[in-house]
Design a protein around this ligand. Structure first.
Ligand code: GUN
Length: 284
């Protein structure tokens, strides 16, 4: 039987209506949640992601500001801009779109963002909080993925979870979140031997590889929850890291691309920004 579809469009719309209500309540108290996005350089994929983030803000009644910096921006200029945004009371969330141009130090830039304005959850403090189980900002894509996995209604405790990819943006925080749900977590990556032997054990399989249709049906356990984080372009068409048509005949649940995880990432960014704005209201 074909897998049930985890529909990111519907799920993200539900999340956004809830966020829009929270934003309306804050506006009544005179606070308009504000997100600043720094885009350095002219990566075409980043352009699209940043535009969609701005659109998302508009949809829920938030204010957004995109700060464009040239591909040759210096580390000092970038950090000075982050500092200005840290000090700006109209800005509740700051996001530095990655990847940055190669000459810049990503970790140093991300660590300049005040942890409470770090709506990506990439600051070392927030990464540490996730690692230890303390309350902090959870990175948007893994947070969206967990929401989708929970939407299956299946108990997660004790499940075998396999994450393919070990990036700081997706793979590592995803593994931490699944561990927090009491899954047994395996993180696979480009040096993993016998990848399919790992993935075939997975009750939950998260693919964050960046290679079109990398996960084939023979790599999937029948009935598994398969989450596709990939956004690849093949012949002008967007497709994920999972061979959707074949895998959907074997999996129990699957996310489509487009219309899956990507939409959830933006919804969670808006949720993190609303959280940050609410925190400032509580401490006002
Ligand atoms: N580049 C790809 N994904 C992301 C993300 O979630 N946040 C940021 N800041 N950059 C990205």
């Amino acid at each position: 039987m074909a897998a049930k579809i985890l529909d990111g469009k519907t799920m993200s719309e539900e999340l956004k209506s809830n966020i829009a209500r929270r934003v309306a309540a804050m506006r009544e108290k005179g606070v308009i949640p504000g997100l600043a996005v720094i885009l350095a350089g002219d990566d075409p994929a980043s352009e699209i992601y940043v535009r969609n983030k701005g659109k998302g803000c508009e949809e829920v009644g938030m204010f957004s500001r995109t700060i464009r910096m040239g591909a040759d921006v210096s580390q000092e200029e970038l950090e000075a801009e982050i500092q200005r945004l840290n000090e700006d009371p109209a800005i509740h969330g700051i996001l530095v779109q990655l990847p940055l141009p190669g000459h810049l130090n990503e970790e140093a830039a991300l660590s300049r963002i005040l942890p409470e304005k770090d709506v990506d959850g990439f600051h070392l403090i927030n990464a540490g909080r996730l690692m230890t189980g303390a309350e902090g900002v959870i990175p948007c894509t893994p947070k969206g993925v967990l929401h989708m996995i929970r939407a299956t209604g299946e108990p997660l405790s004790g499940k075998e979870a396999v994450v393919i990819g070990r990036s700081n943006i997706v793979g590592k925080p995803m593994a931490m979140l699944l561990l927090r749900e009491n899954c047994t977590v395996t993180v696979c990556h480009s040096r993993t031997r016998n990848l399919a032997e790992h993935t075939r054990r997975a009750d939950i399989l998260v693919a964050a590889v960046g290679k079109a249709r990398f996960v084939t049906a023979d790599m999937v356990k029948p009935g598994a929850i398969v989450i596709d984080v990939g956004i690849n372009r093949v012949d002008g068409k967007v497709c994920g890291d999972v061979d959707f048509d074949a895998v959907r005949e074997r999996a129990g649940w699957i996310t489509p691309v487009p219309g899956g995880v990507g939409k959830m990432t933006i919804a969670m960014l808006l949720a993190n920004t609303a959280d940050a704005a609410e925190r400032t209201l509580r401490h006002a």
